[in-house]
Design a binder for this molecule. Structure first.
Ligand code: PLP
Ligand code: COI
Length: 359
């Protein structure tokens, strides 16, 4: 793809921008520009451009509105100590979006074009990258089906778009352990389904379970597998790790029904380098419940691009609760969080070449 650059004539003024950047929420405000590219079966990808951020016009009969043919990604740009900006493992997001597109019968965005689009938007809207601890510019690439018609078949046309939002912590306020509701009724993904794809429908299907979690006084929902209702899978938008009393880390393996998190993968690598054994395997929820009581599970945390590493406090279900360790942010959780963030913010060596300097 070749991106035409059509800068906005009406950027947000510096004072208003500074006010937004001083206290960014998550995903509420967007930068001056966005990237759009169009796809048709006849022409392939074409008309790729960087342009002013703004609404798009959608025909009410567009495939995406009826059949949910859409995928997305999430990655962040981090301000570096010298004032430059870097992306974290963008090629992994590019590959994952291509895989999601294949699963949803959408056209794949070439991986190098995905990364180029991210670099172009970040470079253009560099002044929107916030500088506070834990703050970043969250990038949201997505592909959606635009063909008009109600026949159930893959859309012949699609849009690739990329927007950016200055963001603080996903969970508002200072870092605190979040509580999880163990969904009894709902599952997130079944074998053969779309659990490993980052498609809109997975998130739509999680919302009622998330509502149930909130109604039961919890922050987030955690899902079990769809077949036996026994094995831990993940949260609505995060992977999960247990920390054992001997320093081992345990996390559900990627078996097709969970999203293969890039943060998860990075933590597996970092933890091993710090001397922890890491087991990627099926994890029985009772291992957590019993381990919280007998002391064998000492910490639990969730991880993802938006959530970084977030400590988990209580696990609750109808009539019961388990709290691993003290319920406060654990030592190993916080050590891994710092190690990961130090790489992302350019404060530590990057031995794996995870950081892509943009400007
Ligand atoms: N699981 C789900 C369902 C997600 O939406 C996300 C967020 O992207 C993750 C896990 C974590 O993935 P990553 O670390 O690549 O952001
Ligand atoms: C992310 O961490 O990037 C996510 O996509 C999670 C959520 C905001 C959907």
């Amino acid at each position: 793809m070749k991106f035409a650059v059509q800068p906005t004539g009406t950027p947000v003024d510096a004072e208003a921008r500074a006010e937004i950047l001083a206290n960014p929420a998550f995903g509420k405000v967007f930068t001056d520009h966005m990237v759009t590219a169009e796809f048709s079966v006849a022409e392939g990808w074409h008309d790729a451009r960087l342009e002013a951020y703004g609404p798009v016009s959608v025909d009410p009969a567009s495939v995406v509105l009826h059949y949910g043919q859409t995928v997305f990604e999430g990655l962040k740009a981090y301000q570096q100590p010298d004032g430059g900006v870097a992306l974290f493992r963008p090629e992994r997001n590019a590959a994952r979006m291509a895989a999601s597109c294949r699963r949803l019968a959408l056209p794949e965005v070439p991986e190098e074009s995905f990364v180029e689009a991210c670099k172009l938007l970040v470079t253009t809207d560099k002044d929107w990258v916030p500088s506070g601890e834990g703050a970043s510019l969250y990038l949201r690439p997505f592909v959606w089906a635009t063909e008009i018609g109600l026949g159930v078949r893959p859309s012949d046309t699609a849009l690739f778009q990329l927007i950016a939002s200055p963001s603080g912590n996903y969970f508002s306020g200072p870092l605190r352990p979040v509580s999880l509701w163990l969904s009894q009724e709902y599952t997130r993904a079944a074998p053969g389904g779309t659990g490993a794809a980052k498609c809109g429908g997975n998130y739509a299907a999680s919302l009622v379970a998330q509502q149930e979690a909130i109604a039961n006084g919890c922050d987030q929902v955690v899902f079990l597998d769809a077949v036996e209702h026994r094995w831990l899978e993940e949260l609505g938008g995060m992977n999960i790790f247990l920390v054992m009393d001997d320093g081992r880390l345990v996390t559900p393996d990627v078996s097709g029904t969970i999203l293969e998190g890039i943060t998860r993968d990075s933590i597996v690598t970092i933890a091993r380098e710090l001397g922890h054994e890491v087991e990627e395997r099926k994890v029985d929820v009772d291992e957590w419940r019993k381990g919280a009581v007998d002391g064998s599970v000492v910490e639990v945390f969730a991880c993802g691009t938006a959530a970084v590493i977030t400590p988990i406090g209580a696990l609750r279900w109808p009539g019961g609760e388990a709290v691993a360790g003290s319920g406060e942010p654990g030592e190993i959780t916080m050590k891994l969080r710092k190690a990961l963030m130090d790489i992302q913010y350019g404060r530590a060596e990057d031995p794996h070449g995870w950081v892509t300097r943009v400007c």
